[in-house]
Design a protein around this ligand. Structure first.
Ligand code: ADP
Ligand code: MG
Length: 322
C-alpha cells in the first residue's frame, strides 16, 4: 500500500532542528524562528522541474543534493550564513526507494551547512522540487549586485564549463571518454555551493553573484545594476579540468556562457587583491582574477596580449529557448 502524505513527511522530511534560533520546525501550521541579533534575513527560492532542469531518471541522491545546493549558492553569493529551508514537492507517485535516496542527498548537504528543514508542502503532480532558503547576514554587509566600482578586479571561484560539457556529452553533441564524462558529470550533478567563501568575502568584496546561467549573463546583471562596464581577459578564464582538453572555441564558449557552474563571480577593489588571495587560501577555495570593471558601460573581451576579441554569446533564458 502506498505511504500516506503524513507518514511520508514524517519518515523522509522530518528531522529535529539543530539551530537554537528555530523554536518550532515542521509539523505545525508554520515554523517559528528569529534571526540572530544585528542580523537581517536573506531569503531565496529556486525550483527544479523534471525534464527542464534534470533528466526524469536522474539519481535522486544527487537531485536532493542539487536542489539544496543551488539555493545555498544564492545565500553564498549574498555573503549570508545558511539557517533553514522549506521544501515543496510535487511527486508523481510515492516511490519510497526514490524518496529515501532523495532525502539522504538532501540531508547530507543540509547537515554539512547546519541548515534545518523547517517546513514545506507535498502534493501529487509532475516531479518538481522547490526550495525556499533562509539565511542571515549582518546589517549593511550583504554582497549585492549594485555596488561594483570602476577599477575593481573581477574574480571567479573554482572552474567553469565542465557542467555544460557534461550536458553536451549526454546530448551527444560532444564525445567524451567515460572517465572524463564522469568527472565532468560530477560538476553537473553535485555542485558544491561556495558558502564559506561567500561569507569570508563580506569584508572585501563590493558585489557578488552566483553563476547559474553562464558567467557573462550573470556578470551582466552586476554591470546593469551597478551602471558600469567590464573587460574580461579570456586567457585568464579558469576552464574546467575536462573542458581544458577541448578546442579553444569550445573552452571559451562553455566557460563564458555554459551555465550550471554554481561558482561565485565577485568584484573587489584592486588594493584588496592580496587579501582576496589570502581568503582563497583560508577557505580552501581557488579564485582567479579574470578582468576589471570599467567606467564605460558594455562588456569587452581581450586576450593575453590585450588584443580585443569580437565574441558573442547568448546566456540561458527559459523563455527564449522554447
Ligand atoms: P497545511 O495543511 O497546514 O498546509 P500540510 O499538511 O501541508 O499542512 O503540512 C503539514 C506539515 O508538514 C507542515 O508543518 C509542513 O510545513 C510540513 N511539510 C509538508 N511537506 C513537507 C516537506 N516536503 N518537507 C518538510 N516539511 C513538510
Ligand atoms: Mg500544505
Amino acid at each position: 500500500m502506498a505511504i500516506s502524505e503524513f507518514n511520508l513527511i514524517t519518515r523522509y522530511f522530518t528531522r529535529p532542528a539543530q539551530n537554537p534560533l528555530i523554536s518550532l520546525g515542521n509539523g505545525d501550521d508554520c515554523a517559528l524562528f528569529r534571526p540572530g541579533d544585528g542580523m537581517q534575513l536573506a531569503i531565496s527560492s529556486d525550483m527544479l522541474v523534471s525534464g527542464r532542469h534534470f533528466f526524469p531518471d536522474a539519481d535522486p541522491f544527487y537531485l536532493g543534493h542539487k536542489s539544496l545546493a543551488v539555493n545555498l549558492s544564492d545565500l553564498a553569493a549574498m555573503g549570508a550564513k545558511p539557517l533553514a529551508f522549506t521544501l515543496s514537492l510535487a511527486l508523481p507517485d510515492t516511490n519510497e526507494a526514490w524518496l529515501s535516496r532523495f532525502s539522504e542527498g538532501l540531508f547530507a548537504l543540509a547537515n554539512k551547512y547546519h541548515c534545518d528543514l523547517i517546513g514545506g508542502d507535498t502534493t501529487k503532480g509532475p516531479l518538481t522540487i522547490s526550495i525556499t532558503i533562509l539565511g542571515e547576514v549582518p546589517l549593511e554587509q550583504a554582497l549585492r549586485r549594485d555596488n561594483a566600482k570602476a577599477g575593481d578586479d573581477i574574480w571567479v571561484s573554482g572552474t567553469l564549463g565542465d557542467a555544460r560539457l557534461a550536458l553536451a556529452a549526454y546530448q551527444h553533441e560532444v564525445q567524451l571518454h567515460q572517465d572524463a564524462h564522469q568527472i565532468a558529470a560530477k560538476r553537473m550533478h553535485q555542485p558544491e555551493p561556495r558558502v564559506t567563501l561567500g561569507q569570508a568575502l563580506r569584508t572585501f568584496a563590493h558585489t557578488a553573484i552566483d553563476i547559474s546561467d553562464g558567467l557573462i549573463g550573470d556578470l551582466q546583471h552586476i554591470l546593469n545594476k551597478s551602471h558600469i562596464g567590464a573587460t574580461i581577459n579570456v586567457d585568464n578564464l579558469p576552464v574546467g579540468e575536462i573542458l581544458s582538453q577541448q578546442s579553444q572555441v569550445l573552452q571559451r564558449q562553455y566557460a563564458l556562457s555554459g551555465g550550471d557552474d554554481y561558482e561565485i563571480c565577485f568584484t573587489a577593489s584592486q588594493e584588496h587583491h592580496a587579501a582576496i588571495l589570502a581568503i582563497s587560501q583560508q577557505t580552501g577555495t581557488p579564485v582567479t582574477c579574470i578582468g576589471q570593471i570599467d567606467a564605460a558601460p558594455g562588456l569587452r573581451f581581450i586576450d593575453q596580449h590585450k588584443t580585443p576579441l569580437d565574441l558573442h554569446y547568448t546566456s540561458f533564458d527559459h523563455f527564449s529557448n522554447t
